[in-house]
Design a protein around this ligand. Structure first.
Ligand SMILES: O=P(O)(O)O[C@@H]1[C@@H](OP(=O)(O)O)[C@H](OP(=O)(O)O)[C@H](O)[C@H](OP(=O)(O)O)[C@H]1OP(=O)(O)O
Ligand SMILES: Nc1ncnc2c1ncn2[C@@H]1O[C@H](COP(=O)(O)OP(=O)(O)OP(=O)(O)O)[C@@H](O)[C@H]1O
Length: 539
């Protein structure tokens, strides 16, 4: 890349998590300008995008004679993802390059295999001019939420990941001229462990997310407990999914973000963020869900617009073609544990109405939620069963530190690494090999428990039916859509002791403060009968 030509002013802050920060090309939210120049210095990024478009061509069976770059193409459809570190944590450039390369390899060799290539976009490591990165870092600093500023963007190595902007539709052919709505969901763990290693019986009845909510509110991370329960979203039952999505809309925390034309219009940065404003959201959504007269307004309109959004997202989440390789885990972990979480307001309201427990997961096998859940279930033993196996690996490594490489603890995440993940036996023969397989499966499962799903929607004409892109109907229009998964960085081996401690902290806090006085606390948490009416009739 030509060092002189990268301009920080062409990039804008897009978002960040605990470990990385993302900037998007500043023009990505503008409508397409077909005369926009295709600069030479963007050639490398152009190459990257070519490979994404190759993917798009395969996916949607586009005409193979289609020229690249298409008219009006710019590199505005990519993001740059930088690693972040605590201020005193210095890593060498080589370490950072390797870390990023591992992320790419893990995506390619493992997650694409498990989730399907249509959903996973691995990107590529790029080296950027240091001056550009430093200027960019200064430029975006004021936009970063305070709660994320405990870590600094890596400005020393110059390395970053270049990825397709998943807030845009993942095919170039039809997206750019039309407005785009993107819903990002971090669904978290969608099952309850059935492992016999679990020591607290409560963990077989209440999911981790619902228990963790109480600790998060107590520590001030969020203001109030969410009614969202991942088991409802993963149920495949439309009513439960509506409830889950509506609950996310009420209390987004870090589980829901909405972007319009690449810009964040809904989502919560931290506990200090203002309350969610549905009428403002509905104002943004109206052009997508209502005809252009734009006259409708008021609470009725707000509810109708939100309901329509929830319907469309549910349909998209239940869609999936699964044309790729058969899911390697199909005959694997299977559905285990109870189908509902006792703490979910939805199941509680059903119970109080004397209704039966809802059906077990009805997720279609091709959809991303189903596949993600299968990968999450690679956590077969729960952290309580896994921790002693981690200790076994640790003891071995203490004795033979040079073996760390052979055991592929820090990569490479290649085909051999993937193949070993497919061994789902739970019969412990006392070997390090068994312990290692379970440890690696656990890390992969934890990654799937923390990833996010991006759904991009763009209105399309009623009569636009000639191509094969997926389309979801809404009550008044149709949307072309794409579904992708992001944040598939393999969880570090070193985080296992932390997971073990956190698990016990979450359960103990829940037992102490909620479970013991369940009735009292739950009655202040929400009014069940009211909620139920809202859920079943007004979503
Ligand atoms: O442990 P959890 O469930 O709280 O998940 C952490 C997330 O918190 P959440 O509960 O989603 O608010 C946490 O998200 P936030 O920083 O709170 O937005 C991270 O995703 C963290 O992953 P990592 O350590 O950065 O790789 C996540 O840690 P991992 O457990 O996935 O390692
Ligand atoms: N390819 C992408 N396209 C568009 N937006 C993206 C992309 N990758 C990340 N983002 C945005 O940047 C945000 C932060 O990215 P990401 O979740 O990967 O960070 P992280 O630090 O790894 O997260 P975590 O806190 O879970 O560890 C995401 O929530 C999403 O909004």
């Amino acid at each position: 890349m030509d060092e002189g030509k990268m301009d920080e002013n062409e990039w804008r802050y897009h978002g960040e998590g605990n470990k990385s920060l993302v900037v998007a090309h500043a023009q990505s939210e503008l409508s397409q300008d077909s005369s926009c120049p295709f600069d030479q210095e963007a050639a490398r990024l152009q190459q990257l995008i070519t490979s994404y478009l190759t993917f798009a061509e395969r996916s949607w069976s586009l005409n193979s004679t289609h020229e690249f770059p298409p008219l009006g193409f710019t590199w505005r459809c990519v993001v740059l993802r930088f690693l972040k570190f605590p201020p005193n944590r210095k890593k060498t450039s080589e370490e950072i390059f390797q870390h990023l390369q591992n992320i790419v390899d893990f995506g390619k060799n493992v997650m694409k295999e498990f989730l399907g290539e249509n959903y996973v976009h691995c990107g590529e490591v790029v080296q950027l001019p240091l001056d550009f990165v430093k200027q960019l870092c200064l430029k975006i600093q004021c936009e970063r939420p305070e709660s994320r500023c405990d870590k600094d963007l890596d400005t020393l190595s110059g390395y970053a990941l270049c990825l397709p902007n998943l807030a845009r539709l993942q095919t170039y052919q039809f997206a750019e001229r039309r407005p785009i709505l993107c819903v990002e969901i971090k669904p978290k763990c969608g099952f309850i462990p059935s492992s016999s290693d679990v020591t607290h019986e409560l963990k077989h009845r209440v999911c981790r997310y619902c228990m963790h909510q109480h600790l998060k509110v107590a520590t001030g991370k969020w203001k109030q407990i969410s009614k969202y329960c991942p088991l409802d979203l993963y149920s495949g039952n439309k009513q439960r999914m509506y409830f889950a999505l509506k609950s996310l809309l009420q209390e987004a925390q870090n589980n829901l973000k909405i972007f319009k034309n690449g810009e964040l219009i809904y989502g919560c940065k931290d506990a200090r963020s203002p309350m969610a404003d549905w009428s403002e959201l509905a104002h943004h959504l109206k052009p997508f869900f209502f005809p252009s007269n734009g006259l409708a307004s008021g609470p009725h309109c707000t509810r109708a617009v939100i309901r329509e959004l929830v319907r469309v997202i549910t349909r998209v989440l239940l869609s999936g073609s699964d044309k790729g390789r058969a899911g390697a885990l199909r005959s694997g972990p299977g559905l285990r544990g109870p189908p509902v979480c006792e703490a979910s307001p939805f199941s509680r309201s059903l119970r109080c109405q004397g209704k039966n427990t809802p059906e077990r997961s009805g997720l279609p096998k091709g959809c991303l939620l189903y596949k993600t859940l299968q990968v999450q279930m690679l956590d077969l033993l729960d952290i309580e069963g896994l921790y002693p196996l981690y200790r076994r690996v640790e003891r071995y490594l203490e004795e033979f530190p040079e073996e760390r490489k052979t055991l592929q603890i820090d990569g490479p995440y290649d085909e051999a690494f993937y193949q070993r993940l497919l061994d789902l036996s739970t019969e412990d023969d006392g070997t390090v090999a068994f312990a290692l397989t379970k440890v690696q499966q656990y890390r992969v499962a934890m990654t799937a428990k923390d990833c996010s799903i991006m759904i991009a929607l763009s209105p399309c004409l009623q009569d636009a039916s000639s191509d094969q892109r997926p389309v979801v109907p809404s009550s008044r229009s149709r949307f072309a859509f794409s579904v992708s998964v992001l944040d598939l960085d393999l969880k570090p081996y070193e985080s296992i002791p932390h997971q073990y401690k956190l698990d016990s902290k979450i359960v103990n806090y829940y037992l102490k403060t909620v479970h013991a006085k369940d009735a009292t606390v739950m009655s202040t948490r929400f009014k069940e009968s009211e909620d139920c009416t809202l859920v079943l009739h007004k979503v």
